[in-house]
Structures are given as C-alpha cells and as structure tokens.
Ligand binder design. Structure first.
Ligand SMILES: [Zn+2]
Ligand SMILES: [Zn+2]
Length: 228
C-alpha cells in the first residue's frame, strides 16, 4: 500500500466506507447493486433484461427502451449516477458502461452499422460541473462494445431543469431544446443507440429520438443506466 493510500484510503462512492482501490464499490454495496440489477420490473414482473416496458412519454420512433437498473436515489446504483453528474469520475463511468454494454447486447440485436449517440447536457451545466455524464457514458460504452460514437445532437437552450416541470411541460420543453447537428444530416437508415444516464418520463429521449428519425436514423434504441 502506498503512503497516499494509507493517508487517504479509497472510499466507496456509495457509502463512504473504505474499499479496495481496484473496486468501484465496497463489497456490501456491490452486492446490493447486483441485487438491484436483478430486481424484477414492478410493472411487467420480468427481469430487467426481459423488460420491454416503455416510459410514459414513449415515442413510436423508438424501437426499445433499455436500462440497467431501477433508479432510486439511495441505492448504490443511484449514488453512482449522482456522482458522475457532479464531476468527472472515470472509474465509475467505466463501471456503468460495462453494464450498459451487457444490457445492450442482451436487449437487442446489434447491427453492423450501429452507432452510439447521446443526449447532450446544457452548456451551462457542463461548465458548472465540468462534465457531461451522458457523453462520458456514451464514449466509455463505445470503447466497451467497439462501436463508433457520433455527436448528433445539440442542447441549445439553458432553460429550466427538466425535473422542475410537469409531464406536459416536459414534452414541449424537450422538443424546443434539442436539435440535430448539421453534420448528422443523414443517418442513412443506421441503427442508433441513444444514451442517457436516467430515463424518467421519457420526454427527453423521445424528443431526441424524433430528431434522429428526421435525420434518417433507422432503428433507434434508447439505453440508460437508471430507470425511474
Ligand atoms: Zn459501499
Ligand atoms: Zn417491465
């Protein structure tokens, strides 16, 4: 053990207890996280890998909505997502990307032309926290499953946070906030994996998916770490 580790022992991001340096979560949080992943979907009673439930504001442009676990703030998984929202955390991002990759491979048939894109965060939030968590997850996922990551969408308003809006407002807000980058003008019928950290109502993902569809995307699959 190095002196640095002796003075500042690595701590579990979920419970703040000591953990092994090479592990992301301590042993007990890891086992809680694994249980959480295997928890049956409360709506369809299927395992997450077999759950095809669509969020409230689903779009017909989206072929499937996949997620790794049910998001709850006080669970290890929920805490990991909060961590990467606040600051750059490569170890946690890679850990979550590994599960995103498995969820993607189990949940759909990947086509040879598949590409990954993500729901971009508002510029102001990126400046404040120094990180765009969906982008970071998408890049790490691209490495994990060797798929190209293309920056297709722009978030061009620094309006209110989605979570302060009613569900009707969310839809209109989401539709006014994003647009397709010109370089992504023609997605040529390709399979597009749209990544975000959490899906709540589905309004944001749906608005982004509709833009991708207008841009020529073929099958669109939404992939999130947590699902509320
Ligand atoms: Zn822990
Ligand atoms: Zn379900």
């Amino acid at each position: 053990m190095s002196l640095l580790e002796l003075l500042f022992p690595p701590k579990c991001p979920a419970c703040k207890m000591r953990k092994a340096k090479e592990q992301v979560l301590c042993r007990s949080c890891l086992s809680e996280y694994e249980k959480e992943k295997n928890r049956l979907c409360p709506s369809c009673k299927n395992k997450r890998s077999r759950c095809h439930c669509r969020p409230r504001q689903a779009s017909s442009a989206v072929f499937a909505y996949l997620s790794v676990f049910r998001y709850r703030e006080n669970t290890p998984g929920g805490r990991l997502i909060l961590k990467i929202k606040d600051q750059k955390q490569e170890q946690i991002t890679e850990f979550l990307a590994e599960d995103l990759c498995k969820t993607l491979q189990n949940g759909c048939i990947l086509k040879s032309d598949a590409l990954i894109t993500y729901v971009p965060r508002a510029q102001r939030s990126v400046l404040e926290s120094g990180t765009d968590q969906a982008k970071a997850l998408a890049l790490a996922l691209g490495k994990q499953c060797t798929l190209p990551v293309v920056n297709c969408l722009v978030h061009d308003k620094d309006g209110r946070e989605q979570k302060s809006l009613s569900s009707k407002e969310r839809h209109a807000h989401a539709q006014s906030v994003y647009h397709l980058r010109e370089v992504c003008g023609d997605l040529g019928g390709k399979q597009v994996i749209l990544v975000d950290d959490i899906v709540t109502s589905g309004a944001t993902l749906s608005a982004c998916a509709e833009l991708l569809r207008k841009g020529g995307a073929g099958q669109i699959i939404c992939l999130c770490a947590g699902r509320r």
